[in-house]
Every structure is written in structure tokens, then in C-alpha cells.
Write a protein of this length. Structure first.
Length: 559
């Protein structure tokens, strides 16, 4: 029989000879573990029973969820569970929640990136456009995507992510279907704008939804899986495109029109299924449209574990109902929160260079003399390498309990490869160019680490709702810049553009190091004040403070 133990917020137990958890002096102080940050000192490394203090009044008064919280009935400050129970529950959560979130993201990536496959089938020539028009179309898409991020998050928070995500999916799939009717530049621009409007916000909506089920540390690894589904979509899209585009030679329609039609229908069906499948939260899985979820996915015991470990990791996840909107004043406070700005800066530069090369990958391969069929197959190896890179990078971050310094691996990777790309002559063998470009496109992708950092450093549901959207907006700003680095006059190998991109990856390294230093210094400043106080002074602060979320002195940032 497994001995019951009390696990801390990060799955660690401190056992006495009797097998029960005791609270050590280090657990009563500011956490030294990087992964124990991004939450409140009073809960970060505390045992499950004590919340960082053996004071029953402090435990219940300052960290008890409000009655409006949808899972309040499962909150139990004295709840304990075994490590075996937690692992079993994680497997169920990953299958029920994380896997389907990846399926939904797969559909977004399929509809967002199929334009690259269409390029290899003469899409631009068929509609009478140039590569400059293509750049403008991508800019229109990204601007629309950017502008819809915050409105989408606010709608999602008001009506519930479980409702808004399927609506988004069904609408953007219909836009994808409409792409098969593109005839000229105007219709191309219009449909890129509509696609951006309805896809914008999806990522932030989904990350907010996942935060209801996972702790900050767990979310980093799960977001690695999440972005792996993007790469899987790239592989699947390339394989589908390699076959579907051949229909140009067997039907009266161009292959790219078939591509938009088939992939649009596929994602629409996934969206319809999502409407019936997604529950509002971990304690609301029963029922659903036509009672498709039956009596629910989790037992009462499992719901207690989910709710209490999430709240012990971050008590503020209970400060808003999952169908509660954000007020104008809350929105303003979130926007001007300067402590998230270093992460936003990372969002602008982290993927700019890689996405520029990726957007032109198929066009470059075509210019090297590869056929449409081979071009779509030759993008697959880079996607496989990217999957491997996401796996080991997020695993390394978790193992070392380090975020920004681990992320610099991606920056160094980019610096080395872009330096080589700038240095090689244009006469280099086409296979050598393909290999180099493939390695650039598959640069270790630290986006999942940064997104989970934004979530962890937000300090409240209100802030998280806005900050995730703003971060993704910054990523779109980088995407807009990326769409204009390569110019027709620099084609086909873009030597001037590649020098610019080398400068960008160097800048990304500097931004990561600055962000690391910023959060280290912020935590030290707060720790100096907090450690100087007596227990009575800490109690007084908790009773009287007007500081909220990540502005509280007992909050520590993830870095």
C-alpha cells in the first residue's frame, strides 16, 4: 500500500520518520527554487497542509477562494494525496484536456500555414499577384490577428473559453473554405484579413483555459506539447499538400483550391466536435450539449486534487469566475503593468528571423530547382527536427529549473546558422542550402517557455487574461516585421535580408539576458524587504495591503 504523503506545490515531499510532511525553515522563507517562483511566498514552497504557515487563521483568511469561484466546493486546505494519485490524474488530464487542445491548435496551424503550400503550386501566378503582394497579404493577416487578440480574450473571459474557442474554429474554417474562390489581389487581401480576425486570440484563449487545470511548472511542459502540434500540423500539411496539389493535373481546378477546400472542411468538423466536447472547467465536466460528457470525467477526489494543487501554486486563479468579464479599470491596470514588459520584448524578437526564412522556405526551394511535389516533402525534415528541439528544450528548462538562460540556446543556434548563411556563396550546392535553411527553420523554439512565464508572472486571472493577449500581439508585431525583411530586389537568396536577420537574433540574445537580470533583481528587492519583517509584520501586510497580483511583496517572478 502506498504511504500517503503531503506534496508541496511542485510535487516534492519532505518526510519525517513517521511518513508525514513537516514544514522546514527553508519552506517558511522565500523560495530558492526558480520553479517555485511566479507565485506567492506564502504558498510557493509550502506543504499542502500549511500553505507556508502553521497559522490556521492565516491559511483560511488570506487564501480561501471567494464564494463566486466555480470550484469553491472542492477547495480544502487540509487535503492531501499520494504521488501515485497525482501521476494517474496527470495522465487523465493530458488525454482529456491537453491532447484535444493540441488537436484544436493543429487545426489553426493547418489553416494558417497552408498558404505556404499553395505558393509552391503557382498560387501567386494564378491570381495575378507578386511576392510583394504576398508580403502585403501576410502583413494584413498579422495586423488583423494582432488587433483581434485583446477583443478575443475579453470575449472568451466573459462567455467562457469552452464556448468561444469552438466558435472561432468554425468561423475561421469557413474563411479557409472561402480561399478556394480567390481570383485576384483584392479577394486575397480580404480573406487574409478575415482569417486573421477569427484566428487572433485563439492561442491566448487556450493558454488561459489550460491554466485552470495545470500549475505554472506543469504548464511549461504542456505548452511544449502544444507547440509541437504546430509542427505536426506542418508535417501533416506538407504531406497532404504533396498529394492534394497533384489534383491540378487531374481536375479542372488548381491544386491549391482543392487544398483550401479539403483542409477547411477538416477544421470545421474539429470545431463542431469542440463545441460538444470542451467543459467550462475541471469541476464542470458533466453534461454538455446533448449530455455528451455524461456524468463527468473526474471523480470528486480527482477534482479536489486538481483544484487544490492549482490554487496552492497560484491562489489568485480563484479571484474570478470562469465566465466573469473584465472591467475597464482592470483592463487598464493590466495594460500598464511594466513587470510584464520584458516578456513582451521577447515576444517581438524571438521568432522574427526564423519565421522570415520559414515564410519563404517553399519559394526558395522552388527557386533552387525543386519540383512542387519535392518542395512539399523537403520541408518535413525541418519540422521533425523542430519537434525534437521543443521536447529537449522544455525538458531541459524543467530539469534545470531555468527559463531565460535555457532559452538563449535558441538564440545562439540562430546566431551561428545565420552567420553561416550570410557567409556562404550563392553558388553553394542546392542540397547544402536546403540543409542550412532546414536547420534555421527548426531552431530550438523557446516560445512555450516564454508563454508559461507570462502566465506565471501575471499574478492574477485578470492580468493573465490581458497579458497573454498582449504577448501574442507582440509576437504578431515581430511577424509583421518578418514579412518585410525579404524584398523582391534581393531575391532569390536575400543576402541583405539575411544580414538583417543575423542582427535580429543577436538582439534576441540581448533581450533574453536583460529579462533574466530584470526579474532576478526584482525578486531580490522584494526578498530584502520581506525577509526583514517579523511574522507579525508579514501578517499585518497581508491584512492591510492594497497591492494586487504580481505587485504584492510576497509575489516572486519566474525567470
Amino acid at each position: 500500500m502506498t504511504t500517503p504523503v503531503l506534496l508541496d506545490a511542485h510535487g516534492h515531499a519532505n518526510l519525517t520518520n513517521s511518513g508525514q510532511v513537516s514544514l522546514t525553515d527553508s519552506e517558511k522563507s522565500i523560495p530558492k527554487d526558480e520553479e517555485a517562483q511566479g507565485t506567492y511566498v506564502g504558498t510557493a514552497t509550502a506543504t499542502e497542509l500549511s500553505f507556508g504557515s502553521d497559522d490556521e487563521t492565516l491559511r483560511t483568511k488570506f487564501y480561501e477562494p471567494p464564494d463566486s469561484y466555480e470550484s469553491k466546493h472542492r477547495w480544502d486546505p487540509k487535503a492531501t494525496w499520494t504521488e501515485e494519485e497525482e501521476k494517474k490524474l496527470d495522465r487523465k488530464l493530458d488525454w482529456r484536456i491537453m491532447f484535444f487542445a493540441c488537436v484544436c491548435f493543429f487545426s489553426l496551424c493547418l489553416d494558417r500555414s497552408n498558404i505556404g503550400s499553395a505558393l509552391s503550386d503557382g498560387f501567386l501566378a494564378d491570381i495575378g499577384c507578386t511576392t510583394a503582394d504576398y508580403n502585403n497579404g501576410q502583413t494584413i493577416f498579422l495586423v488583423a490577428f494582432l488587433l483581434s487578440e485583446l477583443p478575443s480574450q475579453l470575449i472568451s473571459k466573459k462567455i467562457g473559453s469552452d464556448r468561444w474557442i469552438p466558435i472561432q474554429m468554425m468561423v475561421w474554417s469557413l474563411v479557409t473554405l472561402g480561399n478556394m474562390g480567390i481570383k485576384d489581389r483584392g479577394s486575397y487581401f480580404a480573406l487574409r484579413a478575415l482569417l486573421g480576425i477569427f484566428e487572433g486570440g485563439f492561442i491566448a484563449d487556450t493558454v488561459l483555459y489550460l491554466s485552470y487545470y495545470y500549475t505554472t511548472v506543469q504548464l511549461t511542459t504542456r505548452l511544449g506539447y502544444f507547440w509541437i502540434s504546430l509542427t505536426v500540423a506542418s508535417i501533416a500539411g506538407s504531406l497532404l499538400a504533396a498529394g492534394i496539389l497533384e489534383l491540378r493535373h487531374h481536375t479542372h481546378l488548381a491544386g491549391w483550391r482543392w487544398l483550401f477546400m479539403i483542409e477547411g472542411l477538416l477544421t470545421f468538423l474539429i470545431g463542431v466536435f469542440a463545441w460538444f466536447y470542451l467543459p467550462p472547467g475541471p469541476t464542470q465536466t458533466a453534461g454538455g450539449p446533448f449530455n455528451v460528457r455524461g456524468k463527468g470525467w473526474f471523480t470528486e477526489r480527482e477534482e479536489v486534487i486538481i483544484v487544490n494543487r492549482v490554487l496552492r501554486d497560484d491562489p489568485t486563479k480563484s479571484d474570478m469566475h470562469n465566465r466573469q468579464g473584465i472591467s475597464l479599470s482592470q483592463f487598464k491596470d493590466s495594460i500598464i503593468d511594466y513587470d510584464l514588459w520584458p516578456c513582451y520584448a521577447i515576444g517581438i524578437v524571438f521568432y522574427l528571423a526564423q519565421s522570415t526564412v520559414g515564410a519563404y522556405f517553399t519559394l526558395t526551394l522552388k527557386s533552387l530547382g525543386y519540383s512542387t511535389f519535392h518542395t512539399n516533402l523537403l520541408v518535413i525534415p525541418s519540422s521533425i527536427v523542430m519537434i525534437i528541439n521543443i521536447f529537449w528544450l522544455t525538458a531541459l528548462s524543467k530539469k534545470l529549473k531555468e527559463r531565460f538562460l535555457v532559452s538563449t540556446i535558441g538564440a545562439f543556434w540562430g546566431i551561428i546558422l545565420f552567420a553561416v548563411l550570410v557567409a556562404i556563396p550563392s553558388s553553394t550546392n542546392k542540397w547544402g542550402k536546403w540543409a542550412l535553411l532546414s536547420l534555421i527553420v527548426s531552431t530550438p523554439y523557446y516560445h512555450p517557455i516564454t508563454v508559461s512565464t507570462v502566465s506565471g508572472n501575471s499574478g492574477s486571472v485578470r492580468m493573465r487574461t490581458v497579458s497573454l493577449a498582449v504577448y501574442n500581439m507582440m509576437a504578431q508585431v515581430g511577424g509583421i516585421a518578418a514579412a518585410h525583411v525579404y524584398n523582391p530586389s534581393d531575391a532569390p537568396y536575400y543576402p541583405k535580408g539575411n544580414k538583417v536577420l543575423l542582427g535580429v537574433v543577436i538582439l534576441s540574445l540581448a533581450v533574453l539576458l536583460f529579462s533574466k537580470a530584470y526579474y532576478v533583481l526584482r525578486n531580490r528587492y522584494r526578498a530584502k524587504i520581506w525577509d526583514s519583517w517579523s511574522p507579525e509584520e508579514k501578517h499585518h501586510y497581508l491584512q492591510t495591503t492594497t497591492d494586487k497580483g504580481n505587485k504584492r511583496l510576497d509575489f516572486r517572478f519566474v525567470h
